[in-house]
Write a protein that binds this ligand. Structure first.
Ligand SMILES: Cc1cc2nc3c(=O)[nH]c(=O)nc-3n(C[C@H](O)[C@H](O)[C@H](O)COP(=O)(O)OP(=O)(O)OC[C@H]3O[C@@H](n4cnc5c(N)ncnc54)[C@H](O)[C@@H]3O)c2cc1C
Ligand SMILES: NC(=O)c1ccc[n+]([C@@H]2O[C@H](COP(=O)([O-])OP(=O)(O)OC[C@H]3O[C@@H](n4cnc5c(N)ncnc54)[C@H](O)[C@@H]3O)[C@@H](O)[C@H]2O)c1
Length: 474
C-alpha cells in the first residue's frame, strides 16, 4: 500500500508534450498530479523529432527562398556547423532542467523513472538508482508514453545499426552518402534536411509509387519533382531486401527487391511508429500490449471497466502529431476534472471531435505540404457526395510577388450535400500560415456561402481562397 505522500488525484505516465499538457490541465482544474518520465521531460518531440528537425530544415527553406529572388544571392553552401550549433540550442543541449522546473511550477510532482501500472488506479516508478516508488491515483491514470520507431523486417537491417529519427536529428557529422528507407514525413523531411547540409548523394527508397501516401497525389508529385531537381535520388517501387554493414560504422550496402544495390555511409529508417505500450504494466489490468490503447472521444481507454484509465498522444494511435496529442490532453485533463467534481462531462469541449474531422499537418519541406481534413479519395471512401476543385497557386498575384517562378497548387474537397469543406491541401513555398484558416473552415464546417464573405487581402497568397471558391462556382 502506497503511503499518503504518494497519493495523487491523477498520475500521468510519460512526460512528452502530451503528458505534460494532461498534467497541466488537471492541475489547472484544481487536482493534484504526478508526472512520471523515464528520460527527458519534453519527450521525443522536443529532443529528437519536431523541434530539431525543423531547426535543421529552416536554413534549407531560407536558402531556397533566396534562390527564387532575383537580386539576392547565397555566398557559398549552408554552413552545416552553424546549423548544428543552432539545433543544439533548440534542444537545450539535451538538458531538461527548465522543462522540469516548469512542470514543478504548475505545480506537479515530477518523478524521474520508468512508470508502470501495477493495478487499477495504481502505478510504480522504477527510479534511476534502482529503487521503486509506489504511486496511487484517486481519480485517473493517464498513459502518454508516445511511440517508438518501427523497423521493417529486413535481413541485416538491425545489425547495420541504422539511424532512426533520434540519430538523424542529433546528427554531428553529416554523412556524405545517405540512404533513406520510407517516403513518409520522416523520410521526406530528414532526407531534404541532410541533403541540404552536405549529404551529396541522398537516395530515398520508397516502396509505393509516391511520397507522402496520405497526402493528395498532386502534393506528392510536386514534392518529388522538387527533390529530383535538387539532386535527391527518389526511387519508387524500391523495398530493401537485404542490408549489409560488415564493419561497424563503415559503409552500408542496401540491396532492393528489384536487385538494385545502393552504397552509402549511413542508412536512415523512417518507416512509421509503434505505440510505446511494452513494459508499462498493461497486463496487470488485463490488457494486452499489442497495439495502440484504444480510447473513446473523452480519451478513456475503452477496454477498462470503471473508466479510470486514459491514453493520449501517439500511444492511442489516433493522429501521431504533437498538436493533436496536446489537444487530446486538454480534453482528457478537463474531462477528468469534470468527472472528479461530479459535473456534467459531455460538453463539446470535453470531446475529441478534431481527430476524426480535421487534423491539420504541415510537412516542412520545400515545397511545404499543408493539409487538413480528408483528401478527395478519403472523402469518397467515407461515402461523402464529393466535388473537388484545384487551382494553380503560381497564378495568384501574392504568390508571384513572393517568389520568381512560384510553383504550387491547392485543392479543396467539398461536401456537395452540405456545401462545407471536408479537406484542403496547399503545396508550395510559404503556404504554412494558410493552414489555420483551412482548419477553422473544416472543423467549424463553415458553409461556402459564408466563406465567400471572408475576403482575402490583396496581394497575398491567401487570395488562393478566392480562386478556389470561384473554381467551385461562387
Ligand atoms: C522526426 C520526427 C519529426 C516530427 N515532426 C513533427 C512536427 O513537426 N509536428 C508534429 O506535430 N509532430 C511531429 N512529429 C510527431 C511528434 O513527435 C509526436 O506526435 C509527439 O512526439 C507525440 O507526443 P507524445 O507526448 O505522445 O510522445 P513522446 O513525445 O514520444 O513522449 C513520450 C514520453 O514518454 C516517455 N516514456 C515512455 N514510456 C515511459 C514509461 N514507461 N515511463 C516513463 N516515461 C515513459 C518517453 O521517455 C517520452 O519522453 C514528428 C515525429 C518525428 C519522428
Ligand atoms: N511534420 C510533421 O508533421 C511530421 C514529421 C515527421 C513525422 N511525423 C509523424 O511521425 C509519424 C512517423 O512518420 P514516418 O514517416 O516514420 O511514418 P509514416 O507511417 O507516415 O511513413 C512511413 C513510410 O515508410 C514506408 N515503408 C514502410 N515500410 C517500408 C519498407 N520496408 N520499405 C520502404 N518503405 C517502407 C511506408 O509505406 C510509409 O510511406 C507519422 O505519423 C508522421 O505524421 C510528422
Amino acid at each position: 500500500m502506497a503511503d499518503e505522500g504518494d497519493v495523487f488525484d491523477v498520475i500521468v505516465i510519460g512526460g512528452g508534450p502530451v503528458g505534460i499538457t494532461a498534467a497541466a490541465r488537471a492541475v489547472r482544474g484544481g487536482l493534484t498530479a504526478a508526472l512520471v518520465e523515464e528520460r527527458l521531460a519534453g519527450g521525443e518531440c522536443q529532443y529528437y523529432a519536431c523541434i530539431p528537425s525543423k531547426a535543421l530544415l529552416r536554413p534549407m527553406e531560407l536558402a531556397a527562398e533566396v534562390g527564387r529572388m532575383p537580386g539576392l544571392e547565397l555566398r557559398g553552401p549552408i554552413d552545416a556547423d552553424a546549423v548544428l550549433t543552432r539545433r543544439d540550442k533548440s534542444v537545450f543541449h539535451f538538458d531538461d532542467g527548465s522543462m522540469v522546473s516548469a512542470i514543478e511550477g504548475f505545480p506537479t510532482t515530477f518523478v524521474r523513472g520508468r512508470g508502470r501500472l501495477t493495478g487499477p488506479l495504481r502505478a510504480e516508478a522504477e527510479m534511476p538508482d534502482g529503487g521503486t516508488r509506489a504511486l496511487q491515483a484517486r481519480h485517473a491514470v493517464v498513459i502518454a508514453t508516445g511511440s517508438d520507431p518501427a523497423f521493417p523486417d529486413v535481413p541485416g537491417l538491425r545489425e547495420a545499426r541504422p539511424w532512426t529519427n533520434r540519430e538523424a536529428t542529433a546528427v554531428e557529422q553529416v554523412p556524405k552518402r545517405l540512404v533513406t528507407i520510407g517516403g513518409g514525413p520522416v523520410g521526406c523531411e530528414m532526407s531534404q534536411a541532410l541533403h541540404s547540409l552536405g549529404s551529396r548523394e541522398t537516395t530515398m527508397l520508397v516502396h509505393g509509387d509516391r511520397l507522402l501516401p496520405r497526402a493528395e497525389p498532386f502534393a506528392s508529385n510536386l514534392l518529388a519533382e522538387s527533390f529530383q531537381e535538387s539532386g535527391i535520388d527518389v526511387r519508387f517501387g524500391h523495398r530493401p531486401a537485404h542490408v549489409e554493414r560488415p564493419v561497424p560504422g563503415g559503409q552500408v550496402t542496401v540491396q532492393a527487391h528489384n536487385g538494385a544495390l545502393i552504397e552509402a555511409d549511413e542508412i536512415l529508417v523512417g518507416c512509421g511508429r509503434w505505440p510505446a505500450v511494452h513494459d508499462i504494466g498493461l497486463e496487470t489490468i488485463g490488457l494486452k500490449a499489442n497495439g495502440p490503447i484504444e480510447v473513446d472521444d473523452s480519451m478513456r481507454a475503452t477496454a477498462v471497466p470503471d473508466g479510470w484509465l486514459y491514453a493520449v498522444g501517439d500511444v492511442n494511435g489516433r493522429n501521431l502529431l504533437t498538436h493533436m496529442g496536446k489537444y487530446q490532453a486538454r480534453v482528457c485533463g478537463d474531462v477528468i476534472v469534470a468527472r472528479a467534481a461530479g459535473r456534467p462531462d459531455d460538453e463539446l469541449a470535453l470531446r475529441d471531435t478534431a481527430d476524426g474531422r480535421g487534423a491539420p499537418q504541415v510537412i516542412f519541406t520545400d515545397p511545404q505540404i499543408c493539409m487538413v481534413g480528408r483528401t478527395e479519395s478519403r472523402a469518397r471512401a467515407d461515402g461523402f457526395n464529393v466535388r473537388a476543385v484545384e487551382y494553380d497557386m503560381g497564378a495568384v498575384a501574392g504568390a508571384q510577388l513572393m517568389a520568381d517562378g512560384y510553383t504550387g497548387r491547392a485543392k479543396a474537397v467539398v461536401d456537395q450535400d452540405r456545401r462545407v469543406l471536408l479537406g484542403v491541401t496547399f503545396a508550395g513555398p510559404a503556404v504554412v500560415d494558410l493552414l489555420h484558416g483551412a482548419t477553422i473552415a473544416v472543423n467549424a464546417e463553415v458553409p461556402l456561402d459564408l466563406l465567400w464573405h471572408a475576403v482575402p487581402s490583396f496581394p497575398t497568397v491567401s487570395e488562393i481562397w478566392l480562386r478556389l471558391l470561384e473554381a467551385y462556382g461562387l
